[in-house]
Design a protein around this ligand. Sequence first.
Ligand code: FES
Ligand SMILES: [Fe+2]
Length: 382
Amino acid sequence: MGAMSLNELGLRVLANVDRDRGDYADDLLKVPAADYRDPELFEREVEACYRRNPILVALAVDIPNTGDFTTLDIADRPIVVVRGDDGVARTFLNACRHRGAPVASECFGHGRRMTCPYHFWVYDAQGKLVGLPGKEGFEGLDVEGLIEFPTAERHGAIFATLTVGAEMDIDEWLGDMASALEMLQLHNLHRYDVETKLPSGNWKATADGYLDGYHLGYLHRNTIGGKSITNRNTYDLFGPHVRIGFANKPILQLRDTPVEEWDKYSAFSLVHFIFPNISISGHPDRSLMLSRMFPGPNVGECTVVQYQYFRQPLEGDAALAEAEAKRQTYADVTYDEDFVTVMAIGRRMPALAATDDVMRFGRNEMGNQNLHRWVADLVATL
Ligand code: FES
Ligand SMILES: [Fe+2]
């Protein structure tokens, strides 16, 4: 399944259009409304899903060169991901070993050294403490460098497990998602450097939107869903990760055209969900949007950060204007339509939970079902 080609995916999407339904799970799934608003469960989800297993912390192209770094603050773990002099990407707690100040502050930056602004302790790109003013006063110092998290780079993406000393088997964790990521050619991308940062509600309810092929022609009917033949989705489940195929109206004209000759970009759309918090939408050879969910600080909140990536360097006013237009379009759609809806759902959760009601996932909502099963299973292992 993992090595499935884009042509085969296109044919599966068309077959679903022709039988008037998407791929189906075996049964309905019910998830208690209370599971979206229980603060104690939320803390366990964050621990189980965001700290005990690998999460995608950067794309390789975000830090292509030695000394490049990116910072992010996820699941109460402020981190800096740095490419060392040896070319290896490492993830550190972004906290000085003196008294905890951040050693890097830019979202994306570059430097041979990271210098803590408080008392100028200096770390190299491998996280090693290489200098501190007034060294004599620290005789017997018991640290050699920043606190490091297990990190691995695969298929153009960098993953870290945000627990010190955790065992990390990235290949097992990705499974057949590996070949899906490989197909996306993440190495061949250029980031548009303007981020979109949006508030949303509960992280699972937000993820439910990313995993849901069902709503496109309804909630988004006047925007990005206008071209869609909704609810004819293909779902590939790769362990906790999911690839979703969406049918677009032009596919109706392609029945008599060999799939090799299709304009696949207009015929169908793709979303890759990398558990627990990454959505990549777009095709190989085309631009991609990468969305990251940052859970919390409370059970009813998350923040989503989106970046647009292109296949050519963004040079010149026209390219930048196109990138900005795309960024703005998706910022508007995801906020005004998706996240406003998720937050409205959140305001109803107390009443729904009070009546012991449930969220209902149809057989057509395979991606969502997979999410909730995996979250529950991982939480159960704590
Ligand atoms: S806290 Fe970093 S140098 Fe003092
Ligand atoms: Fe949506």
